[in-house]
Write a protein that binds this ligand. Sequence first.
Ligand code: 26M
Length: 819
Amino acid sequence: CKMSKNVREVFRLDELKDDIRRNMVALLGNDPRSKRKFSYYNALAYSVRERLVDLWMRTQSDYYDSMAKRVYYLSMEFLPGRFLMNYLTNMGIVDECREIVAELGFSLEELEEEEWDAGLGNGGLGRLASCYLDSMVSQNIPGYGYGILYDYGIFYQSIVNGNQEERCDNWRRHGCPWEITRLDTLYEVKFYGRSETYYDSDGNVRFRWVDTENVMAMPCDILIPGYGCSHVSNMRLWTAQSSREFNLSDFNRGDYIGAMHGKVMSENITKVLYPNDQFLQGMELRLKQQYFLVSATFQDILRRYLKQHTSLAALPEAVAVQLNDTHPAIAIPELMRLLMDVYGMGWDVAWDICTRTFAYTNHTVLPEALETWPVDLLGRLLPRHMQIIYEINRRFLEGVAATFPGDTERLSRMSVIQEEGGQRVRMANLAIVGSHTVNGVAALHSNILQTGLFRDFHEYYPRKIRNVTNGVTPRRWLMQCNPALSRLITQSIGPEWCCNLEKLRELVPLAEDSAFRDAWARAKLENKRLLSRYVLRKVQMGINPNTLFDMQFKRMHEYKRQLLNVMHVISLFNRIKDNPSADITPRTVLFGGKAAPGYYQAKLIIRLINEVARVVNADADVAGRLRVAFLPNYCISQAEKVVPAADLSEQISTAGMEASGTGNMKFALNGALTIGTLDGANVEIMEEVGAENIFIFGLKAHEVAEKRRSGYNPREFYENDAELRRVMDMIGSGFFSPDERGLFSPVYDSLMHHGDYYMLMADYRPYMEAQAAVDALYLDQDQWVRKSILNAANMGKFSSDRSVMEYARGIWHVEPLGK
Ligand code: 26M
């Protein structure tokens, strides 16, 4: 579409082969005659990257010259996956590169497989950040991602005897050709110490933070090329370096090892990504990581701003900061500290600047995921920030009390300080108070924020809490991961869809064209064949591409209800065993996802999936009609293989609990049909594709809430449904764990004896019925393919380009830079 006229010239493709050879020798020190794939991958990567540096510099000086307002996306997580194919896709040189690489004796795909994923995030929240960077730069919105360069990303998952085992993800062990390390730019980040009062020359009381322990932050840039490459931006990831004078007194005292110990400890800050999502433990090191990101980032933001401004008064006109969840919310007191203690402003002016700079995105309503920090911990690590938080809260509560006189309950609910069970700082409350806009990530979720979780705040600040529905980048999640379907779409409606996803609507009439349907089905089948080969390689299991591919890939969590899916699988198994000649739709049920290492119940469900798979796959009666597999180590590069091959996408969380989901969008965009609850963005997916093209079942969010209030009795469903009873009894009695009969009792008990918090028992029968409708439709391939096309055709809304433009216009107040 807006791809530049002549990529061969712009990217000097005639010289690419020579550059690859040159980099083999000059940068990698390899024998040019070497045939090592890894060397060629690296040499190609460097040769591609060097073609973007000019464009990057030019983009950055455009931003500078136009004094454009900048967006800073602050996130503890980014999940970019692999870079190579994304660079080539956005540069528009995939086919050209494939030829050149072939001339060197390789296939592009085999070199692609040499790259290790950048797994600097847990799941949805981190991947969203990466999609938003792609969409910002592709639409000429001046934005940067700021995060942490963890030495170890999300752990590598393997399955041993059916159980998850974690291994460390040493992703840069063999180097990373994409990173540009700025050894010469270092910022000092302070910790501990105390806040000291003094009088300035005008006699005003001022504060300074003294006796601190200091760590240096070094930036490492990774380029983010926009689609069509008219703009190139970057994410800036910080790595901790000990400061040179660290523990100088220990050195002077002759305690060399003691002093070195301090140095080593300080570099631990960026060692490892915390692998929890949705569950918080208050670890000091985690808070250090958060402040490390925030402090380094704000020094960088203010340095850049002050190159072009003499006063900080106009900061909100030049800078928008988006907080990706509360993880970087310590930025609010940090900016207050900088403005007051370093730049000498008074409270009111500083506070006004602050609240016009920040916006906060909430990604969860699960109570166990809401961040709170013990006051004594925060006060010890960041004493000056703790003072500022108290003062923010004092002034805030004064305002609330004036609006709602005498409502002390409300004051204690809204307070930034939680008093029950030892004082803690509620980071969400801090983020709401310190931001001009708070957004949820899907319409239903934002409604729940307004009427449930943040209801008091919504009453106090009626326009602050809004919605921006999530999106995914169509470049990585269709164009790049699904060449077969992309080619067909482009042949049929032209290439514009990839930067204007609404164009996919032009596929709607083609759903009635039988030749197009055949071509669509062929593309899907090709993807299913490729995935089958991958499954064979990874788990030594043959799967049949002509069966229905039923997929649930996401982090393992009770609220996401992988267990409900397993219960369906067991039911199908029983039906086949009862009636071996039954006419059933052949299915392959695939699972993937990591469990947080300390999440016992989620790990047990992984084990259950594997034991059910063992029983089902070994059974002769079942053969050819039902297969089950758990693919280890779900990650971005695996998602790129799984998503294009899905027929059915499982989005079955308890209604009201999944903030949005983005996997749901990726699957539907690639022509999968969704089976799901009315939760998160599923609601909006149904609105877009039409109720007749999606399998919706189960309790609605308000019904879940009502049932919780009125008393929910899971046993009632057990008693009234023989098929369900049988499934539960098999799990509970050890049918799937004959050597360890009680193995799955905790799974049984959580539903039968501990209240079934996620209401699987209530949704079992409706889910079974929805699955029966899936089976019936799949037998009518013509109808199925029609609906598959209509799903992809109606995904325009879920482009992250749309999401980012809503943030830009409605929250950041920036416009795309003219070109
Ligand atoms: C916090 C503290 C310590 C360690 C880890 C965390 C933490 C990390 C990630 C907590 C939550 C984290 O992520 C939550 C998340 O991924 N939420 C998902 O966000 C997606 C993007 O908006 C939504 O689509 C998903 O519905 C939502 O679950």
